[in-house]
Design a protein. Structure first.
Length: 356
């Protein structure tokens, strides 16, 4: 039978345990501070991806004017790009690359011509388009809470701020009552730029509401000729130093690339300038007059431009065409696999015949 002293000790322990539980319940049940709009950022994938991406798959230049370093891999691998990882097994990647080679080589002559590569690039670019359309459906549902098929700027603004860690209910209430939102300067600047893009995506007749197709243009301007023009204007605005709405080579290569702290950083900066100079002189400046107009930049940015796809095909072939026959053999693609896939394959020559 338990002694009186042991009983009291047990009762005291139980009391302390219950007190601790109630204190925890009080902390988690306590209402939020209504004066603070910021809360923990949402983990919801739909909401976190409603911001138009800087990186557009299958487009040679980013939204901020930087060259897309992964463009070659994107238009050669398409959806298979994620499968060619740094730590993937070389033998498996080699087999995947052989399968891709056979798909590009439509006449089965064991070599890839510029026309065959052009067709493949257009096909992979369209694949990126279709992927963006599917993702857009999901993102549109995330910002269309009432499901009426249209999204107002205010609806998007609420979801965007919620994805940035603001309290969604408080933001919605303040917007409804036309109250001032206390937003940091950086977020406000992003919102202002998004609002300009929102209005550009609103096709005539303008109703300040975006349907699913217009929302696709908002997130992925490469899908719309009108939005492509707007994207070009933004890039020109960021790079054009003298305000003539044209780009010189010096303007194009003068983007800030960070502070050079050592020789390695200097080499990176030098490579960056070299890449941009080559792209400007050999590709973007179509008439080679030393000036890039808005029209030239628009043609360059258009991912479905067949001439650009052919030009890109020729460039990709030139990189690996060791025998200078203006075609790519399997051995050449395997040897230069890092350029085409981002993955370096070892012992390519020894395995090519036994595996293909």
């Amino acid at each position: 039978m338990m002694s009186r002293q042991a009983f009291l000790c047990s009762l005291g322990s139980l009391y302390l345990s219950l007190l601790f539980v109630f204190l925890l319940m009080d902390v988690y049940a306590r209402p939020a501070n209504n004066s603070a709009l910021k809360e923990k950022p949402a983990d919801n994938k739909d909401e976190n991806e409603i911001l138009p991406p800087d990186h557009l798959n299958g487009v040679k230049m980013e939204m901020d004017g930087h060259l897309n370093k992964e463009f070659h891999q994107e238009v050669f691998l398409g959806k298979e790009m994620e499968e060619f990882e740094e730590d993937s097994e070389p033998r498996k990647n080699r087999k995947k690359l052989m399968v891709i080679f056979s798909k590009v080589d439509i006449n089965n002559d064991k070599k890839i011509s510029a026309k065959e590569m052009q067709r493949w690039i257009m096909e992979k670019t369209d694949e990126h388009f279709q992927e963006a359309v599917e993702e857009n459906k999901m993102h549109f549902r995330a910002v269309d809470p009432d499901g009426d098929g249209h999204v107002s700027w205010d609806e998007y603004k609420i979801k965007f701020l919620a994805s940035k860690g603001f309290n969604e209910k408080e933001i919605a209430e303040k917007i409804k009552n036309n109250e001032e939102l206390k937003i940091d300067e950086e977020t406000q600047e992003v919102l202002d730029n998004l609002k300009d893009r929102w209005y550009q995506a609103d096709n005539p007749p303008p109703d300040l509401l975006l349907n699913e197709e217009e929302f696709l243009s908002f997130l992925h301007p490469e899908h719309s000729r009108g939005m492509l023009k707007f994207m070009v204007k933004e890039i020109i605005r960021d790079l054009d130093q003298d305000g003539d709405k044209k780009l010189t080579l010096s303007e194009f290569i003068s983007l800030p690339v960070g502070t050079v702290e050592n020789q390695q950083a200097q080499d990176i900066d030098d490579d960056w300038v070299k890449d941009r100079r080559k792209e400007f002189e050999e590709v973007i400046d179509a008439n080679h007059d030393g000036i890039v107009t808005m029209e030239e930049l628009e043609e360059y940015m258009d991912p479905m431009n067949e001439y650009n796809a052919l030009n890109e095909a020729k460039q990709m072939i030139a990189v690996a065409d060791e025998n200078q026959n203006h075609h790519l053999e399997l051995e050449e693609i395997l040897k230069y696999s890092e350029y085409f896939t981002g993955s370096k394959l070892m012992d390519y020559a020894r395995n090519v015949h036994e595996e293909f």
